[in-house]
Design a protein around this ligand. Structure first.
Ligand code: ADP
Ligand code: MG
Length: 342
């Protein structure tokens, strides 16, 4: 049976060509390097080379990306220039970095496509992500943002601005903001339209700008950070993408990470992952949200989620590299490249 016919027959809702690719911070700015824009462009180029391989194979990628280092730098600029220009609120900083990183991807991907004799329109969408005002995360800010500052400044802001701050280590104190769940993608219709028009789309950068819908229906930015992997899962579900591809700097998800007994996971069903999550505490600031995003996507109807190294992007989509999460009962379905007869 042809793959498309089989998909119809199974009543699957996903679009086999669409892949939401979540890029880690290191895809643009390697961890802790104080890099120039020349170096950032070079990192983006490495990433785009991988994505061009996917496009050449007939896939339609949708990029999402982290913005931690970039938004961190804007917040440092805020502090340093506070006497000269009014501080930029966090939601606006998020939108700024979407434009900044989107521009780098648009230009670099076009250049790399051109080199391969391919051509696609590339567009970034400044994306707002809906969060729920009743999300319990708002009662408990956990995400550190901005520069390390001395205790005195932290205490003043806690008192005068009712902000949350915590001492991280000897370097000092950082502000904490809530990290609510993404419940909707405001710009999803225009993203669909761009994809239907054949574009490669960059969306939900930095997890998207978190916004609340007020009782009167109006949208309003909030001071919070949505995890970029969870936003990518939400976006992939709303776009009916077949695959969520989370690219990072390790070959996949390991159990007993960092210990002598460390072992990378290859292929799990949703239920197997659920059983594993009961015993294995994946670290909250790094692998945890990726595993949760992969689980959420496949559990809620996605076709496959892969967490793998940037260099393994194409093999990861094919299920031949990284850690691959599949729906229950689909371990053996021979789904590979789009258009391939199954
Ligand atoms: P990115 O910036 O690419 O989104 P993170 O740095 O947040 O990624 O997460 C990737 C990192 O997670 C890896 O470099 C690795 O050090 C760490 N990590 C923590 N726990 C695990 C685990 N169980 N398996 C693999 N990597 C893990
Ligand atoms: Mg990282």
């Amino acid at each position: 049976m042809a793959r498309e016919t089989l998909i119809d027959w199974l009543g699957m809702r996903t679009d086999s060509k669409r892949i939401v690719v979540a890029l880690g911070g290191n895809a643009i700015l390697r961890s802790k390097e104080l890099s120039s824009y020349g170096e950032q462009f070079e990192n983006v180029r490495r990433t785009c080379r991988q994505i061009v391989q996917l496009i050449a194979e007939g896939y339609q990628p949708i990029f999402t990306h982290g913005n931690g280092p970039q938004v961190g730098n804007l917040l440092i600029q805020n502090e340093a220039a506070a006497q000269l220009v009014p501080a930029v609120p966090l939601d606006v900083c998020g939108a700024e970095t979407q434009g900044q990183i989107g521009y780098m991807i648009q230009q670099t991907l076009r250049n790399e496509l051109r080199e391969r004799g391919l051509s696609r329109p590339v567009a970034s969408v400044v994306t707002q992500v809906l969060v729920d005002a009743d999300d319990p995360a708002f009662a408990q800010p956990v995400k550190p943002i901005g520069p390390f500052l001395p205790r005195g400044v932290a205490e003043e802001r806690m008192r005068d601005k009712r902000e949350s701050w915590t001492q991280i280590d000897a370097r000092g104190w950082r502000k904490l903001v809530p990290s609510p769940q993404p419940v909707g993608i405001v710009e999803v219709d225009i993203i669909h339209a761009l994809l239907d028009g054949g574009a490669v789309v960059v969306a939900c950068g930095g997890g998207g700008v978190p916004v609340l819908r007020r009782p009167d229906g109006r949208l309003q930015g909030v001071e919070a950070v949505v995890d970029k992997d969870l936003a990518a899962a939400r976006l992939a579900l709303e776009l009916h993408a077949e695959t969520l591809l989370i690219l990072t700097d390790v070959p996949g998800v390991a159990v007993n990470f960092g210990k002598a007994t460390q072992r990378f996971l290859r292929r799990l069903t949703v239920t197997e992952l659920e059983d594993l999550l009961v015993q294995e505490p994946f670290s909250a600031g790094s692998m945890g949200p990726k595993v949760r995003a992969a689980y959420r996507f496949v559990h809620d109807g996605g076709g496959q989620a892969t967490i793998c190294a940037l260099e393994d992007a194409l093999a990861g989509v094919r299920g031949d590299a990284g850690t691959v999460i599949v729906p229950d009962g689909t371990m053996q379905l021979p789904f590979h490249a789009p258009g391939q007869r199954g």
